[in-house]
Design a protein around this ligand. Structure first.
Ligand SMILES: Cc1cc2nc3c(=O)[nH]c(=O)nc-3n(C[C@H](O)[C@H](O)[C@H](O)COP(=O)(O)OP(=O)(O)OC[C@H]3O[C@@H](n4cnc5c(N)ncnc54)[C@H](O)[C@@H]3O)c2cc1C
Length: 394
């Protein structure tokens, strides 16, 4: 994580959750024998401290979700689940008080948490002085969950444009039947957005297949699109929404359909000075259906072998608009142009499905790698197209 993304924040390490005696989270783990080798335990402690600071109503399910980025290799999950359940029970009893007040009053967190806000405010001094000349070209930074994994050391040499500092680039909003997603909207913002929840009833199911809570809290949608991974999950999702990008270089703006953005492996149609300011798309109407499918070697916390999304507008069983995308089947995230065009004017019936699967095979060029053989990925895309139709027209 770039230190600039911690600007204005107070950082708490696991040691910062300690009190004189064990805090409630630690005690619950001790009582349930939920720590074995102990390697993963600090991570669970910090994730659950984070849960106790959330103003969202705590349920047993979102308490489990809070630790979905933490892995225990001693297979201690049942005892961990029991400890998490005890903590969730305690948090469920919270009434009107703020999350911090309740956590401090019930020994979940140490008392100094109550002062963090005022202490931070006192520390927010105006920045003076002039930045050094950039050593190498400017890089745009979202959450850094791609950039800092791939280029960690290299990033020390770069001048960074911290997009997440720019509050005007944040947010997801609806105007009429258009949805606008800001450059710094995070995956969690999408998951919690009332607009997305209303128009994509299965969103929760889709997003649970993508990374984990800590990553989703940092990762931006725009970062996923510019990273240009052939298996980027949101890239595939937004391709099937026929999304448009608003690019800006700070002076002028231009628009480009996402499906024309990918020029070659990790090569996108934008200059180094341009950043994605906004992503927008038309919200699905009452006769438009949408579906996303992802298969990976492991269901959760894994990147896709193949992923695909589809949006179909259907009137009287006839398809009148179609967008189909697929990832993991070529060097770029693929908008299946011919297959999408083929679907228009067709009836929703078995012949249409087999023919579009055959046509999709002519538009892809998967390679064999750690996530599967080329022949398997071809087969998989066919199965996932069938899955789209089974979900949309059960
Ligand atoms: C543990 C882990 C699990 C992951 N799991 C998944 C997964 O299941 N599925 C998946 O698709 N991805 C996954 N990722 C990858 C990553 O989280 C996503 O691609 C994420 O959306 C990237 O967003 P970011 O804001 O962190 O991008 P950053 O790392 O900040 O940036 C990525 C690239 O985009 C550029 N950039 C960022 N924002 C803009 C902008 N507005 N305009 C122009 N350029 C910009 C940066 O310069 C950089 O080149 C995972 C990553 C990790 C570390």
């Amino acid at each position: 994580m770039a230190i600039g993304n911690a600007q204005g924040k107070h950082i708490v390490t696991v040691e910062g959750t300690n009190m004189q005696a064990l805090n409630f989270i630690q005690q619950s783990f001790a009582d349930e024998g939920a720590t074995q080798c102990g390697f993963c335990t600090p991570g669970f402690m910090v994730s659950l401290a984070g849960l106790s600071l959330s103003e969202k109503k705590v349920t047993q399910q979102n308490a489990i979700d809070a630790v979905n980025g933490n892995i225990c290799r001693c297979t201690g999950y049942k005892s961990i689940e029991r400890a998490v359940s005890t903590i969730a029970n305690k948090l469920e009893q919270r009434q009107q008080e703020s999350a911090i007040d309740y956590a401090v009053a019930t020994n979940i967190l140490p008392a100094y948490f109550s002062q963090i806000k005022t202490r931070l405010a006192a520390l927010m001094l105006p920045v003076n002085g002039k930045a050094n000349e950039p050593l190498t070209p400017l890089r745009f930074l979202g959450g850094g969950t791609d950039l800092y994994v791939k280029e960690h050391d290299n990033m020390l040499e770069h001048e960074l444009d911290f997009l997440c500092d720019k509050t005007h680039l944040n947010g997801i909003l609806r105007q009429g039947n258009i949805c606008y997603v800001g450059a710094t909207a995070k995956v969690t913002d999408m998951l919690e957005s009332p607009v997305f929840q209303q128009f994509f009833p299965w969103l929760d199911k889709y997003i649970k297949l993508v990374s984990s809570t800590p990553i989703r809290n940092m990762a931006t949608i725009a970062g996923n699109l510019v990273n240009a991974s052939p298996i980027g999950d949101f890239t595939i999702f937004f391709l099937a929404l026929n999304a448009q990008l608003v690019l800006s270089d700070g002076q002028s703006k231009r628009e480009i359909p996402l499906r024309f953005f990918y020029k070659g492996y990790k090569h996108v149609a934008k200059t180094n000075d341009e950043f994605i300011e906004q992503i927008y798309f038309e919200l699905p109407g009452s006769n438009t259906k949408f579906n996303f499918e992802k298969v990976s070697k492991r269901t959760h916390l894994d990147i896709a072998s193949v992923n695909t999304a589809i949006s179909l507008k259907v009137e009287n069983n006839c398809i009148v608009a179609a967008h189909l995308s697929a990832g993991g089947v070529g060097p770029v995230p693929t908008y299946l142009t011919k297959s999408s065009e083929y679907l228009i004017g067709k009836q929703v019936e078995n012949t249409t499905i087999s023919e579009v699967i055959a046509l999709a095979q002519t538009e892809i060029a998967p390679i064999s790698d750690a996530r599967g053989a080329a022949v398997y990925k071809r087969f998989l895309l066919g199965q996932l197209i069938k899955a789209h139709f089974m979900v949309m027209f059960p």
